[in-house]
Design a protein. Structure first.
Length: 225
């Protein structure tokens, strides 16, 4: 098929129209389109525009806090990361160490000794060299599966608040320099039987379920000590 002529005015003064083929026109447009697509693609995938992954807690965030607290902790206290939040260090205090009177929120004699001997040391560590790593401290109370839900929830709330109050009294007495800091960081929360501990047969482990857990909320991106 021949080319189609389009008059665009005289060329070189000869009075003859300039002829442009449709095939050449389409080829030129395709080249321009391809170049624009390359430029657009390069702009859309610039390294600066790539999504940034949220920060995750590394061992340099958790381990120094773990090691510092463990130095002043008796045997039986468990340490580990929270499975739901890598920026939370869980300190599990079993019922054998932090004991309460049965069905009550009052600390038994062994529980009183634990609070007086251990919590002030933890407060000094958290409010001293570790202060820039710590966002907050939550004292959680947990019960077993026996009894009504409402009773267990109220009991765990009263126990966690009781531990916090006794902890602040002990800190004020033996480590007053950490009192204001720890009282600002700490809060109490009762979980009742919402977070039971189960044995290998998936049965509630009542002894392990009755516990107090300190959740130490760590700042994201804290470097090594």
């Amino acid at each position: 098929m021949g080319s189609v002529s389009r008059a665009t005015g005289p060329a070189n003064g000869s009075g003859h129209p300039v002829t442009l083929g449709i095939t050449d026109l389409m080829t030129s447009l395709a080249v321009v389109f391809a170049l624009l697509m390359v430029v657009f693609a390069n702009g859309a995938h610039r390294p600066d525009d790539r999504p940034v992954a949220p920060p995750t807690a590394s061992s340099t965030t958790v381990e120094p806090v773990h090691e510092r607290l463990q130095r002043s902790s008796p045997g039986g206290v468990g340490f580990g990361r929270d499975p739901d939040d890598p920026h939370v260090l869980r300190v599990v205090i079993p019922d054998t160490l932090l004991t309460f009177e049965s069905g009550k929120s009052a600390l038994a004699a062994a529980g009183e000794r634990f609070v007086a001997d251990v919590i002030p040391s933890w407060a000094v560590a958290l409010c001293g060299g570790l202060r820039d790593r710590v966002e907050g401290v939550v004292i959680e109370g947990h019960t077993d599966d026996l009894g009504p839900d409402a009773f267990n929830l109220r009991l765990s709330q009263e126990r966690s608040l009781g531990v916090l109050i006794r902890a602040l009294e002990a800190i004020q007495l033996s480590a007053p320099e950490a009192y204001a800091c720890f009282s600002a960081l700490a809060s109490a929360s009762g979980r009742g039987k919402q977070d039971l501990v189960y044995d290998d047969q998936r049965r509630p482990d009542r002894e392990q379920s009755r516990r107090v857990v300190l959740k130490i909320l760590l700042r994201a991106g804290a470097g090594p000590a």
